[in-house]
Design a protein around this ligand. Structure first.
Ligand code: SF4
Length: 293
């Protein structure tokens, strides 16, 4: 807002604002942040579709039942999930308007991978797709001849959604409206594999301005079997007690209390990979904050 408008509203604000004591403020936020459901005590025994493109080292620890050294800020993550769920519901309701197609919501499934060859472990790959469209007398949609289409809805912030261009118009960043995010692509492929669907839709919704992007994707058996093979390898190594190498690079600060976004080494600027900056095992992985095994 411009200064003049600010001055006007600020005067009113100053006149009417009620000071909240910290103690009362915190009391309210504590109640608002209470989870609406009880925390699951389920131990992880399977892989999830969303694991498909995660760091092999992080995943190896997770499937070994090791607690994260940097658990996520739960109230904050819960708020993000709840907002995502609300957006998903509205997208889902819009898909339900398509005549002659039935939409099944939140379809759960499991893919069982039996032991084979030299592999010592079998495993389950769990998934839950946002929607499955099954033809019920309707016409083809999007010009494809198929009877079932998988649906994945993704609400996303403005930056990862958009195309980033510098002042000369050159692209320096590709967003989800240009091409799906790798983890979402992998998740969709696993869902199609499990549900026997030939096609899937990745529907992106920009939380900032409600712009959308719809990607229609074909099932790719070669890519999906390769993903499953990678998960299998991680499981075999984890069960054998091996920690896999770091696939990413990060730069701890001098006191080893945190990872730096960038580090200058021999005059060259290096960036830490974002996967490490946000990883819930970063202290364990990089020996930060005197983390002991
Ligand atoms: S900190 Fe980086 S390399 Fe280590 S487990 Fe996490 S993502 Fe992987």
């Amino acid at each position: 807002m411009k200064q003049q408008e600010f001055d006007k509203i600020y005067e009113l604000y100053e006149k009417n604002i009620v000071d909240i004591e910290d103690e009362h403020y915190e009391k309210l936020v504590d109640v608002l942040n209470q989870p609406r459901t009880l925390k699951s005590n389920k131990q992880r025994r399977t892989f999830y579709a969303s694991d498909a493109s995660k760091c092999q080292r992080q995943l190896g620890w997770a499937v070994s039942g090791i607690d994260p050294s940097n658990p996520f800020d739960e109230p904050h993550s819960l708020k993000i999930f709840e907002l995502g769920d609300a957006i998903h519901e509205t997208i889902d309701a819009r898909y339900k308007k398509i005549y002659g197609w039935k939409i099944y919501d939140e379809v759960p499934g499991e893919i069982y991978i039996p032991k084979e060859g030299k592999k010592k472990n079998d495993f389950l790959l769990s998934y839950r797709v946002d929607g499955l469209m099954i033809r019920d007398g309707g016409e083809d949609i999007l010009g494809i001849d198929t009877d079932r289409i998988l649906l994945e809805y993704k609400s996303i912030a403005d930056f990862p959604f958009s195309t980033g261009k510098n002042k000369d118009g050159n692209v320096y960043w590709y967003g989800a409206k240009d091409v799906p995010k790798t983890d979402h692509f992998a998740q969709l492929q696993i869902g199609m594999h499990g549900e026997g669907a030939e096609y899937g839709i990745l529907h992106y919704y920009n939380k900032n301005d409600s712009q959308e992007a719809i990607h229609l994707i074909k099932y790719d058996p070669e890519y999906t079997n390769d993903l499953i093979g990678k998960l299998w390898h991680i499981l075999e190594e984890a069960k054998a007690g091996n920690t896999l190498d770091r696939p990413y690079v990060a730069y701890p600060n001098k006191k080893k209390t945190a990872l730096q976004k960038t580090a200058t080494i021999d005059g060259q600027v290096h960036k830490s990979d974002w996967q490490c900056l946000y990883c819930n095992f970063r202290d364990k992985c990089w020996g930060l904050n005197e983390f002991k095994e």
